[in-house]
Design a protein around this ligand. Structure first.
Ligand code: ZN
Length: 303
């Protein structure tokens, strides 16, 4: 049943996710540099290895979105210090994955208030095993757990504007948040959006394709032509690219659904190359086309 694509996906993710905890893998971060991209209104995207970080700076202090991996914490703190002399007052986790929360203990220890959806704390508090990848993700120490959790949404009044954090249900995981800097017209989507590449949807953590599409539509409804979109992975984006991405997910999933309804096997679906028209724009990410189809197929036949 398992295709080569799925195996490749599994090993790629196993490698990238397990980096968070393996001390021997610290070397992998030695040469990683944190790059800073300004997106306006004192807000920045930081990239290194792992999920894109969002930073809001201003007179009230630093508001941080996600923190990549623990071995990068000092470099991330240095990049933030170059933008603001204020402490990191709040850290918002968009979801529990180790490439977005690996620095939590380092941030929590220094007094940063960590905030996330209820399910993020639940998942971080225990050892996790993601069956699909054979991945073990050990529990986060109490110093790195969110101290404020919420169910549907909450608003920060900081740095001269509103930061509206909204939970989107069963999307990339069961604990995703999207972060809307309303006055600045900037949105950090977390991993419901992998800009320019096929996404990973963590169905083992309560994620689903349908929820992802719903979440993307929610972001589209909050956006206009001037909105700056910081994706979970990939470069800074905008509404038209997000719309094309949403259409890609809808088109490929509807093709798959029809073929599954017509009793096609996974092998027949793969042979029909349902992603062919999109591979040029999305096929070069860390999830290749066959692995992506495999993942969607498993999600659909589970329903
Ligand atoms: Zn993720």
């Amino acid at each position: 049943m398992q295709t080569q694509g799925l195996t490749q996906l599994a090993s790629t993710l196993l490698l990238s996710l397990s980096l968070a905890t393996a001390t021997a893998a610290d070397d992998q971060f030695k040469d990683i540099e944190i790059q800073t991209t300004g997106v306006g209104n004192g807000i920045y995207m930081l990239t290194g290895k792992g999920g894109n970080i969002g930073v809001s700076t201003g007179t009230d202090g630093v508001f941080l979105i996600d923190d990549q991996f623990a071995p990068l914490s000092e470099k991330i703190k240095a990049a933030i210090a170059a933008l603001s002399d204020q402490p990191v007052r709040f850290l918002l986790n968009t979801h529990w994955h180790p490439d977005h929360t690996g620095g939590n203990e380092d941030m929590g220890k220094t007094g940063t208030v960590i905030v996330a959806h209820n399910n993020v704390r639940k998942r971080l508090a225990v050892d996790n095993f993601i069956e699909m990848f054979g991945l073990e993700a050990p529990a986060t120490d109490i110093t790195g757990l969110p101290v404020i959790t919420f169910d549907s949404s909450l608003t920060f009044h900081l740095n001269g504007g509103e930061i509206i954090v909204s939970h989107v249900s069963n999307a990339h995981t069961d604990g995703d948040s999207i972060v809307w800097f309303r006055n600045a017209n900037i949105i950090h989507t977390g991993d419901i959006y992998f800009a320019g590449m096929y996404p990973f949807i963590d169905t083992n953590s309560g994620g689903s394709l349908e929820g992802t599409i719903n979440a993307l539509e929610q972001v589209l409804a909050m956006s206009d032509d001037k909105t700056v979109i910081i994706p979970g992975h990939g470069p800074v984006s905008n509404k038209s690219s997000l719309l094309a991405y949403t259409d890609m997910l809808k088109t490929i999933s509807s093709t798959l659904r029809k073929m599954i309804a017509g009793q096609s096997t996974l092998e027949q679906i793969q042979a029909a190359e349902p992603t062919r028209d999109f591979d040029g724009n999305y096929g070069d990410g860390f999830i290749k086309n066959t692995a992506f189809v495999d993942m969607l197929y498993q999600d659909m036949v589970q329903d």
